[in-house]
Design a protein around this ligand. Structure first.
Ligand code: FES
Length: 158
């Protein structure tokens, strides 16, 4: 995938597999965005995990509490595809047996972007709202260079 000098990115849907990373050059910097095509729906979010810069393009997609999430391959944080919320399992009473857990949200931690399809073309429109979101930290040149060199970790043999 090439780089485009604009804040919106376009590609064709047929080249989208499950996960797809686009590197978008902005006039005043770069933004690396992961585009996810899952069960007919498109999602876009910053490609590096808000927690510690994990490579979300190697994450699995799973449902938790009825919400689709990408699971970061580094420390298994769960991030909702649609909103960028981080989900975790909470307990009221850690001494209770059996332990009762339920899902809670830490709020929006990963910046999500708008992605639309028109006649088979996929458009990503960056969410450049001024409010800081934790994943913004990993959109600097330092992390960008590191992640471009990163290779996927081998899956454990079963
Ligand atoms: S870097 Fe993603 S969970 Fe830690």
């Amino acid at each position: 995938v090439g780089e485009k000098r604009m804040s919106n990115y376009k590609c064709t849907k047929r080249i989208l597999t499950r996960l797809f990373t686009v590197f978008i050059n902005l006039v005043n910097g770069c933004r690396d965005v992961l585009v996810v095509h899952h069960q007919g729906q498109l999602y876009a979010m910053d490609v590096r995990c808000y927690h510690s810069g994990g490579a979300l393009q190697y994450g699995d997609i799973e449902e938790f509490n009825g919400r689709l999430c990408i699971v970061c391959p580094w420390h298994k944080y769960k991030i909702t595809l649609a909103e960028g919320e981080s989900l975790y399992q909470a307990v009221d009473d850690p001494t209770a047996k059996p332990l009762r857990t339920y899902w809670r949200s830490k709020g929006v931690k990963q910046r999500v972007h708008k992605v639309t399809e028109v006649n088979g073309d996929v458009y990503v429109m960056l969410n450049d709202s001024g409010e800081a979101i934790e994943s913004d930290v990993y959109q600097t040149e330092k992390y960008r260079r590191a992640s471009l060199k990163a290779k996927p970790k081998a899956k454990p043999k079963t």
